[in-house]
Design a binder for this molecule. Structure first.
Ligand SMILES: Nc1ncnc2c1ncn2[C@@H]1O[C@H](COP(=O)(O)OP(=O)(O)O)[C@@H](O)[C@H]1O
Ligand SMILES: [Mg+2]
Length: 391
């Protein structure tokens, strides 16, 4: 069965480094530890029976400590490394079966590796740098220029296209590098610790830029980091590796709230949850009624099973009624009769708790969670916030 939403499939991949990898594979499969294998055979386990499905358009983060197999794993995707066992499928094509020419095209146009430092060519302008890969890849000059200018604008560098790298700050140079990486037509970007060498301020800026660009481009990004905060910030889903083994795959909140084992638990215990957990992830279901529908009886009945009812007026949030208010029937009456009522606090679902704290504080215990179109999708209570922050 093929599923369009899956871009990359890694199937039971093992990678053992050493001259007799195939022979050692049996012992690895029998369950010998990485250290035992090294002691007894001199071979190194790079990746141990990893299976993954990476979805089209997601930012998939692979994280783990140094030596856990992150680079080994990502390099399988564009076949810079071949597995000792297992398969890698990209858009249902087996990368191990590609002939040399096909593989070359694949690396250039489908799955492109973004290297650690975004070193710029000093004698080329910003635009020259951004379109360098496109020109080398045989793209028409005018077309490349057009694409390049678009990336430069997206990167917030308009007006600097004719500057040379030395005329830019370090942070701007990095942004040019990222713009160049994203200007390729590759659908898949493989980023191996692309931000790890940057100083914290620039790194922060680059993370923001990547998120911003990705929200428009919807590429499939496989991003490696050994930094959990970075993983949680960027990853739609995160895979945690230890000694070449996949310990858990899930969204940030999945991994924080339901770690599958003690290793993952110890890994995430010191994370500042307020920076990671989004308001949307702790929202509870809500019912929306129009003013006319929000009779005392209707609200009272709905509130037997729910925390709150949102009252809408002409597609906009009018107010929110909880059990406390429902116990005062005259208040609901005044709403359904269209009278003025205290404004409810609305918070966007993708804000983190930290970003939402000020709004939550003024909300009086209960706020409405909305999507990008300001449509209510749930309710968040102070209690839910405290629960999310508690270990
Ligand atoms: N070419 C190689 N030959 C032998 N061992 C290797 C080779 N490449 C990686 N390894 C080993 O494989 C393991 C995983 O390495 P790597 O994928 O580079 O980890 P990470 O990127 O997570 O730091 C490590 O134990 C490393 O020493
Ligand atoms: Mg590495």
């Amino acid at each position: 069965m093929s599923d369009d939403s899956i871009k990359i499939r890694v199937e039971n991949v093992c990678k053992i480094f050493g001259p007799r990898a195939q022979a050692v594979l049996e012992q690895v499969r029998a369950g010998m530890s990485k250290n035992e294998i090294l002691d007894k055979t001199g071979h190194v386990i790079g990746i141990r029976d990893v299976s993954l499905e990476i979805r089209s358009g997601e930012t998939f983060v692979i994280m783990g400590l140094s030596g856990s197999g992150k680079s080994t794993l990502i390099r399988h995707i564009n076949r810079l490394i071949e597995p000792t066992a297992g398969r890698i499928l990209v858009d249902d094509t087996d990368v191990l079966e590609m002939a040399a020419e096909e593989l070359h095209e694949f690396r250039r146009h489908k799955a492109s590796m973004v290297f650690q430092r975004f070193a710029l060519l000093p004698h080329k302008t910003v635009l020259g740098n951004v379109i360098y890969g496109l020109i080398i890849g045989g793209k028409d000059k005018d077309k490349a220029r057009e694409l390049g200018m678009k990336q430069i604008e997206l990167a917030g560098l308009s007006g600097f296209e004719d500057h040379y790298p030395a005329q830019l700050s370090g942070g701007m140079q990095q942004r040019v590098g990222l713009a160049r990486a994203l200007a390729t037509d590759a659908e898949i970007l493989l980023m191996d610790e692309a931000f790890s060498a940057l100083d914290p301020l620039i790194r922060n800026e680059m993370q923001n830029q990547l998120k911003e660009l990705q929200s428009r481009l919807h590429k499939t990004i496989v991003f490696i980091t050994h930094d959990l905060d970075e993983a949680l910030r960027l990853g739609d889903r995160i895979a945690i590796l230890k000694d070449g083994e996949l310990r858990q795959v899930g969204s940030g909140p999945d991994i924080l709230f339901s770690p599958t084992d003690d290793y993952v638990r110890s890994f995430v215990q010191d994370v500042n949850r307020a920076k990671v957990v989004t308001i949307g992830s702790i929202a509870e279901p809500v019912v929306c009624l129009s003013e006319a529908e929000a009779s005392t009886e209707r609200c009272y009945n709905l509130l037997q099973e729910r925390l709150a009812v949102v009252v809408m007026s002409k597609g906009k949030v009018k107010t929110v009624i909880n059990r406390e208010l429902a116990a005062k029937p005259d208040r609901i009456g005044s709403v359904s009769q269209g009278q003025a009522y205290p404004q409810a606090t609305c918070i966007k679902q993708d804000m983190t708790l930290e970003e939402g704290f000020a709004l939550l504080a003024e909300s009086g215990g209960l706020a409405i969670v909305t999507d990008d179109q300001s449509t209510p999708i749930g309710i968040v209570t102070h209690r839910a916030v405290l629960n999310a922050l508690a270990r």
